[in-house]
Design a protein around this ligand. Structure first.
Ligand SMILES: [Zn+2]
Length: 228
C-alpha cells in the first residue's frame, strides 16, 4: 500500500469515527490529510458517512485539481487548501458541526479554557473567525487569519469547528476535547460564573503535557515539532 492509499484509509476511518461519535451528522463536515506536500486526500461532497468508503476518497493537488477519485471533493476544499498553504506544520484537518462547539460559534464566543485537557492538547482558547459563507474563499481566509501560525483550532461563525493536527489522530483528540470543554463550560454557566484558568496556568499545563506527559517517544516527537 503506497502512502496515498494509506492516507485514504486513515481519512475514511476518521470520517466514520466522527460520525459515530456525533461530531458530524448526515453529510455535513469533512476530513482531509496530506500524504505529500503537494497532495491532499479529502472526503467527497454530499456522500453520507455511512455510505462512504475507501474508494470514495478524492485526491487533489495543492491547487485543488482532482488527481484521483470519481466524486467532487468536499465543498470546503478551499478552506482545507488555504490552511495547508498557510501552515507547513499541518498534515490533517477535521471540520465538524458538533453541537456544543457550534453553539459557541453561533453566539460568537470563544471556547475558554476551563479544564486541563484543552490547555494540554490545544494550548489555549478556541477563537471565532469572522463570518463567511460555507464553501467560500472568504470563509477560508477568515479561518486562516484567526488561526495564525500557532492556532490548532478555530470556530467558524454560525457554522462549526475546524481542527488541525500534525496527524489525524491528534486532530481527532482535539475535536473530542474541544467539544467536551464547550459542553462543560455551558453546564458550568448554568451553575453560575465558571472560573477560567489563568494564562500562566494554561501555559504551564501545555508545557507539562508536551514535555512530561506520556511516553519518551512522544516527548521526543513534541520537542522535534517545537524546534521546527
Ligand atoms: Zn461545515
Amino acid at each position: 500500500m503506497n502512502i496515498v492509499e494509506k492516507v485514504k484509509e486513515e481519512v475514511v476511518n476518521i470520517a466514520h469515527t466522527i460520525y459515530k461519535e456525533a461530531l458530524v451528522f448526515e453529510t455535513w463536515g469533512n476530513v482531509s490529510s496530506r500524504p505529500t506536500e503537494s497532495q491532499v486526500v479529502i472526503t467527497p461532497s454530499g456522500i453520507p458517512y455511512e455510505k462512504m468508503h475507501f474508494v470514495d476518497m478524492v485526491v487533489v493537488n495543492i491547487d485543488g485539481e482532482v488527481e484521483q477519485g470519481k466524486w467532487k471533493p468536499s465543498t470546503e476544499l478551499p478552506l482545507h487548501l488555504a490552511v495547508y498553504k498557510a501552515r507547513k506544520d499541518v498534515k490533517a484537518i477535521i471540520h465538524t458541526h458538533s453541537v456544543f462547539a457550534t453553539a459557541f460559534a453561533v453566539s460568537r464566543q470563544d471556547i475558554p479554557v476551563v479544564i486541563e485537557d484543552l490547555a494540554q492538547v490545544v494550548g489555549g482558547a478556541v477563537r471565532v473567525a469572522d463570518y463567511g459563507q460555507p464553501g467560500s474563499n472568504e470563509l477560508a481566509l477568515n479561518a486562516v487569519k484567526a488561526l495564525g501560525q500557532e492556532g490548532n483550532a478555530v470556530l467558524l461563525a454560525n457554522h462549526g469547528l475546524v481542527v488541525l493536527g500534525r496527524d489525524l489522530s491528534t486532530a481527532l483528540q482535539r475535536c473530542r476535547v474541544i467539544e467536551r470543554n464547550a459542553q462543560i463550560t455551558m453546564w458550568s454557566k448554568l451553575l453560575g460564573s465558571p472560573f477560567m484558568l489563568k494564562p500562566e496556568e494554561i501555559a504551564q499545563l501545555r508545557k507539562n503535557f508536551l514535555f512530561d506527559y506520556g511516553q519518551k517517544e512522544q516527548k521526543m516527537e513534541n520537542e522535534k515539532i517545537l524546534r521546527e
